[in-house]
Write a protein that binds this ligand. Structure first.
Ligand code: DAH
Length: 330
């Protein structure tokens, strides 16, 4: 029996130990054989042989169990050492993430107006008819309410089609003066090269006492803002129409691709339209019960800005999560 005690002592790993266990305790193992032999031993010796074998049996089992624990602990330590991670190490393969170009552009827009003392409001993406249309002087028959353009829910609720309703929500809850911008997602039933069902706008609104806010103020800040965004460009204001402003204008910048010479992107005009603006229509102030005030407002599409800044041709590519495209903005 002694050799089995030695074998246990010398076993180097759990597998070897298991082999020993089977050799000793298995059905055809050493102990089984010894007990079998006992049958042919003289009767008076049987009791002693059985006693000795049982002593060995429990002693060997104790040795095995103790050795198994020792070996397992050792193996665990070796494995842990091999798999240990030095969290302070830098990996040359690690890649830094990057802001999506639309969010980066939005941040830059917000940065400009924050520096100009405009506060940032978010509003609601699920809007009602009053805030999205009615209060903005978009009466019931106005074509912008068409089912073609607007996602409607039941009960007159809808997905906001522009960020202008944040003007209304802010004026309903705040006394003038107001200087705010509202960046955020807007939704329209549209999908082609230059339209996606969800896109982002930034709305701006400034309200102060009557006679204090002029078109010249609006013109100054938008020109300054557009030069901040696009660098060395020309800016022009074109008379236009929006229900919520009067007078209204659309603002163009000289084409960032051809510098005004005329190319495909600007349809050979040399100009790119980038935002809408105007002096707040008295009907809007009436809807929010403001009296003796004047103000200006403007609105722009963030994706259009991002596409012009980064020279991206297809708007839809911004929403496909294409890693190759996004990697260029790291
Ligand atoms: N809400 C307009 C749109 O979605 C953008 C806009 C134009 C906002 C002129 C304004 C504005 O505040 O004065 O196209």
């Amino acid at each position: 029996m002694k050799e089995w005690y030695d074998a246990i002592k010398e076993a180097q790993n759990v597998e070897k130990l298991e082999e020993i266990r089977i050799s000793v305790f298995g059905k055809k193992g050493v102990l089984a054989q010894e007990f079998a032999k006992m049958k042919s031993a003289p009767n008076e010796q049987k009791a002693q042989i059985a006693k000795d074998l049982n002593t060995h049996k429990s002693a060997l089992m104790n040795e095995l169990t103790a050795k198994k624990i020792t070996l397992q602990t050792l193996e665990l330590q070796v494995a842990m050492k091999a798999e240990s991670i030095d969290v302070s190490l830098f990996s040359s393969k690690s890649q830094a993430g990057a802001l999506h170009p639309v969010m980066e552009t939005m941040d830059k827009i917000v940065e400009y107006f924050s520096a100009m003392n405009f506060s940032v409001k978010t509003g609601n993406m699920v809007e009602d008819d009053f805030n999205n249309f009615e209060a903005l002087n978009l009466p019931k028959y106005h074509p912008a309410r068409d089912m073609q353009d607007t996602f409607y829910f039941k009960d007159e609720m809808l997905l906001r089609t522009h960020t202008s309703p944040v003007q209304i929500r802010t004026m309903m809850h705040t006394k003038p003066p107001i200087r705010m911008i509202a960046p955020g997602a807007v939704f329209r039933r549209d999908y082609d090269l230059t339209h996606t069902p969800m896109f982002h706008q930034v709305e701006g609104l400034l309200v102060d006492e009557e006679g204090k806010v002029s078109f010249a103020n609006l013109k100054y800040i938008l020109e300054d803002f557009l030069k901040y965004m696009f660098g060395d460009i020309e800016v022009r204001f074109r008379p236009s129409f929006f229900p919520f402003t009067e007078p209204s204008a659309e603002v163009d910048i000289s084409c960032v691709f051809c510098k005004g010479d005329g190319c495909r992107v600007c349809s050979k005009t040399g100009w790119l339209e980038v935002l809408g603006c105007g002096i707040v229509d008295p009907n809007v102030f009436e809807a929010v019960k403001y009296k003796n005030v004047s103000g200006y407002a403007f609105g722009l599409g963030v994706e259009r800005f991002a596409m012009l800044i980064h020279q991206i041709g297809d708007l839809r590519s911004l929403f496909e999560g294409d890693i190759k495209l996004l990697e260029q903005f790291q």
